[in-house]
Design a protein around this ligand. Structure first.
Ligand code: ASP
Ligand code: MG
Length: 423
């Protein structure tokens, strides 16, 4: 008998039927002898709908009020799930992030967890109740205001709570059966992975795989928390994300674990940057001040005649307008010629721990892209990842080509997308 933390995503609790189904699963886990702590997301597309609503009232809502609004989504589902469990004859108590002891910094919309003090959760489970916690939210240590942790961050709430409670496992329930070798919505022949190392999962999440929130994987890695990613719509065993130490001893590293894609980026090119000491530093410190997260950076060799160079980089599309505005302000100071903005790009990444010791991966990847007629705009690599920037229109064919080239296609379609609107 141990503590199991289960997280149910928006599509698992999209309506009353879903909520009742989830309640059954929770009760079954409790009956099997576990203490159960549940983290829920907002129902269906509630978070997006609330954002749309806010936008109609005010184009730039105060971040504090935006967080107050969005956290309401998770409060609705936590109360309904608790009611459904009570209906099944078990005791359940719901808690907001603040009540559950999720303490954050005060960065509204992207707050970071700085501490978890889950006293009320521990008390609830000690008294035999099932604790239901609203995901994706906390309370600021300084301002005492309600904060949100960023889109999709209920996963992070779940893993952070699991670590703080010393749970045996954190189960993340969604509308697909686990982690696939590619997004089954693009590659129907994608295969479910039985297991993956946290190191690879981290690269997959950072490369746009939406199945798990990036920070949740970072957390799981830091605290050695195994994650079981599975569907709330089926009883199938999902994908185990193992802490790296465990993964090394229990898994045979596949050369390539999967192909991820990311449609959320934009590319900025700073044209005609004087090729002298300190220019790149000035450009990127200007960007850092806007809070933009820079991903890939490419600097060309400067032309001998002009002693000027072009610097291109990618960043989250959401950060694009602010970054362009900040750079435009330092144009005279830095002395570059012009700024180009391109948001019609996508990133396609090949991930696999076995890549470290296998020659020829780059050649095979690029050959696959070439035969699919895909032009590569930028390239970046890590020890276990190879990423390219391509035109938006080429994302799907690039993913499919790489998936096939590395023999990842399943013979029979095994991926089922049970729910969700893909929004
Ligand atoms: N409801 C929030 C969102 O849609 C948090 C989550 O689902 O994890 O981003
Ligand atoms: Mg959601």
């Amino acid at each position: 008998m141990g503590i199991v933390v289960q997280k149910y995503g928006g599509s698992s609790v999209a309506d009353a039927t879903g909520i009742k189904r989830v309640a059954q699963r929770i009760v079954a886990t409790r009956k099997a002898g576990n203490d159960v702590v549940v983290v829920v997301s907002a129902m269906g597309d509630t978070t997006d709908e609330l954002r749309d609503l806010a936008e109609q009232v005010s184009p730039l809502p105060p971040p504090r009020e935006m967080d107050m609004l969005l956290t309401a989504g998770e409060r609705i589902s936590m109360a309904l799930v608790a009611m459904a469990i009570a209906q099944l004859g078990h005791e359940a108590r719901s808690f907001t992030g603040s009540q559950a002891g999720v303490i954050t910094d005060s960065a509204h919309g992207k707050a970071k967890i700085i501490d978890i003090t889950p006293g009320r959760i521990e008390k609830a489970i000690a008294e035999g109740a099932i604790a239901i916690v609203a995901g994706f939210q906390g309370v600021s240590q300084d301002t005492k205001d309600v904060t949100t942790l960023g889109r999709g961050a209920s996963d992070t709430t779940a893993v952070a709570l699991a670590a703080a409670l010393g749970a045996d496992v954190c189960e993340i329930y969604s509308d697909v059966d686990g982690v696939f070798t590619a997004d089954p919505r693009i590659v129907p022949a994608a295969r479910k992975l039985d297991s993956i190392s946290a190191e690879e999962m981290l690269e997959m999440a950072a490369s746009g795989a939406k199945i798990l929130h990036l920070r949740c994987v970072e957390y799981a890695r830091r605290y050695n928390m195994p994650i079981h990613v599975r569907s709330s719509f089926s009883q199938k065993e999902g994908t185990w994300v193992y802490p790296d130490s465990e993964a090394e001893s229990t898994m045979e590293n596949a050369i390539i674990s999967g192909v991820a894609h990311d449609r959320s980026q934009a590319k900025i090119t700073v044209v005609g940057v004087p090729d002298k000491v300190g220019e790149a530093a000035r450009i990127f410190s200007t960007l850092a001040d806007t809070g933009a997260n820079i991903d890939m950076v490419v600097q060309n060799v400067s032309a001998a005649a002009t002693v000027r160079t072009d610097i291109s980089f990618t960043l989250s599309r959401e950060d694009g307008p602010a970054a362009m505005e900040a750079l435009a302000k330092v144009q005279d100071e830095v002395g570059f010629a012009e700024l180009l903005y391109d948001d019609q790009i996508g990133k396609v990444s090949l991930i696999g721990a076995g890549m470290k010791s296998e020659p020829g991966i780059t050649a095979k990847f690029f050959a696959a892209l070439a035969s699919a007629g895909v032009n590569i705009e930028m390239i970046s690599t890590s020890e276990i990842r190879l990423s390219v920037i391509v035109d938006t229109a080429d994302i799907e064919s690039a993913v499919q080509a790489a998936h096939t080239a590395f023999d990842l296609d399943a013979e029979e379609v095994e991926a089922v997308v049970y729910g969700g609107t893909g929004r």
